[in-house]
Write a protein that binds this ligand. Sequence first.
Ligand SMILES: Cc1cc2nc3c(=O)[nH]c(=O)nc-3n(C[C@H](O)[C@H](O)[C@H](O)COP(=O)(O)OP(=O)(O)OC[C@H]3O[C@@H](n4cnc5c(N)ncnc54)[C@H](O)[C@@H]3O)c2cc1C
Length: 307
Amino acid sequence: MNQALYSDVLKILKEDRILHNEPMCLHTTFRVGGPADTVLVPEREEEAVALLRLFSDSGEPFFLLGNGSNLLVSDRGYRGTVILIDHNLSGIEKEGDRLIVQAGTLLSKAAAFALQEGLAGMEFASGIPGTLGGGVTMNAGAYGGEMKDIVESVRLFDCENGKIQTVVNTDMHFAYRHSLVKEGKYVVLSAVLKLHPDEPSAIRARMDELKEKRVSKQPLEYPSAGSTFKRPEGYFAGKLIEDAGLRGFSIGDAMVSEKHAGFVINKGNATAEEIIRLIRHIREEVHAMSGVWLEPEVCMLGEGLDL
Ligand SMILES: Cc1cc2nc3c(=O)[nH]c(=O)nc-3n(C[C@H](O)[C@H](O)[C@H](O)COP(=O)(O)OP(=O)(O)OC[C@H]3O[C@@H](n4cnc5c(N)ncnc54)[C@H](O)[C@@H]3O)c2cc1C
């Protein structure tokens, strides 16, 4: 970042909210990734918006980071600025059957809040380790539920025109692991979730059941970014990978999970290079066997991560 831009950042953020050469392995659930030049940690939405305006206008490269649970960052890191919207920008308000949730709120926290308030509908999201912002962006889903089922509207910052707009569900272009946010330069600031009243004991029972399924089926004991690939139409990625004989296959410390072949895990000190080589290998092998090209669900940041 040039000196003039840095001076403007200092007008918005206190110096201790600016991290230099920050290892991205500390901000990703894969526990992988070299340093980003700068990470900015706003404490209030107004600060985040001011930073987004500044960077959008400057044309300098920036990346919006949530909880890093769907992200592979290059070992060489990122030559640009990361704006963090995670626990630093979280909060939940209740209005009747609706929750107004700030983008950095963990989905697990919002689900726990909903349970406490006797509101049902978020059970599917209680075990997804992302933020509300990341969840809306990805239209995260599990066990038959997706964010699109509970999002009533989303407040977005539009990096093209610097305006904040409220977009209703039907205009969010929600589809499988896709939303309007992925189509342009938008940042999720908050969302209104429409839930429905139910007995807390019934909500808790459903959450516990889904948690049990996750713990028994997914390699939660290892760092990962969840399902590595999207589900190809008519197939299951994990089954295709298993059928290609790749269960347990590893390159360095990057390994196809023995427990769930749809997950690439970091079994110790994996590098992004090992993970991307493994991803390429899986794609080639699965294509050779089935004719299907698996598409990564995991987002990539930095150099050298091309397929
Ligand atoms: C163990 C494990 C289990 C998982 N299970 C599931 C599952 O069941 N279902 C599922 O769908 N996913 C699952 N995931 C993947 C991941 O948790 C989700 O995709 C989640 O929604 C990502 O949120 P995040 O805040 O971590 O986003 P990040 O990984 O930080 O970012 C992902 C993308 O969203 C963008 N983004 C993040 N926040 C914002 C924002 N406020 N505005 C605009 N763009 C933003 C980023 O730029 C990036 O492109 C799992 C991951 C792990 C590690």
